[in-house]
Design a protein around this ligand. Structure first.
Ligand SMILES: [Zn+2]
Length: 250
């Protein structure tokens, strides 16, 4: 039954995506992610289990709380769907393997970071520092040597720390720790690629927003989402991109 595992993984992705939504809402507000159970942020009514089914409940309730009809953010079904699709993407690369589970975890962390940073312009330490620790503990299972992981964390975090010191606050502490976490999972080469992809995509979007006059020169565009995206690209296609780049200079 070749489709059973990916189907199971997709369902897992929806469920974990649902939990990711809880983290996205509660972590930046300093609330516990386990207690109390889900409730409507508007009327505080507890969400019934049958109204808490990923994607389906949002559609059945037509995006409104059953009790007070307050609109539910589109972010909930979006995060669930994105998380499930990312899990299928990992599966298509790594198959029925332990790495699929580890990278699925990393991708969920990146999704949580992205949506928190977009809304609050912060990246909570609870996510990045736990991720950093997880990356080091899981290292024996990753295709990256421990030395390479350490170097990735030091170079990734170090470059941004240097930028933060030189620019006096132009780079947030959250970005430094996020990059250190990515470096530990990806190793130093793909960490450098992540920085390159994050900085160039961030600059491009920043310029476009300025041209459209949506943002002034002084407005802050959160950088975390671009780093997260760069990290995802480096995870899936990093080795191919680096091999291609080195072949140009051979
Ligand atoms: Zn409500």
């Amino acid at each position: 039954m070749p489709y059973l595992f990916p189907f199971f993984l997709f369902l897992c992705g929806l469920l974990v995506g649902s939990f990711a939504n809880v983290c996205i809402y509660r972590l930046p507000r300093g609330q516990s992610i386990i207690w109390p159970p889900s409730h409507c942020p508007s009327c505080q009514a507890p969400v019934k289990p049958y109204d808490n089914i990923p994607l389906l409940s949002f559609l059945l309730l037509r995006g409104r709380c059953r009790a007070c009809r307050h609109p539910i953010s589109w972010r909930y079904p979006l995060v669930e769907a994105l998380n499930a699709l990312l899990y299928l993407l990992v599966y298509s690369y790594y198959g029925f393997h332990l790495l699929t589970g580890i990278y699925a975890l990393l991708l969920t962390i990146l999704l949580i970071v992205t949506f928190i940073d977009l809304e609050h312009k912060i990246i909570p330490d609870r996510i990045t520092l736990s991720g950093l620790l997880a990356g080091l503990l899981l290292n024996p299972l990753l295709p990256v040597s421990f030395f390479d992981a350490l170097l990735g964390g030091l170079i990734g975090g170090g470059i941004f720390l240097l930028v933060a010191l030189l620019s006096r606050g132009g780079m947030g502490g959250g970005d430094i720790k996020l990059m250190a976490m990515l470096g530990v999972f990806l190793g130093w080469q793909r960490a450098l690629l992540t920085i390159f992809l994050g900085v160039s995509s961030g600059a491009l979007v920043g310029i476009v927003l300025m041209l459209l006059r949506k943002k002034g020169r002084k407005d802050q565009v959160p950088f975390g989402p671009f780093l997260a995206l760069g990290g995802m690209v480096a995870l899936f296609w990093g080795e191919a991109i680096i091999a291609w780049y080195l072949s140009l200079h051979a």
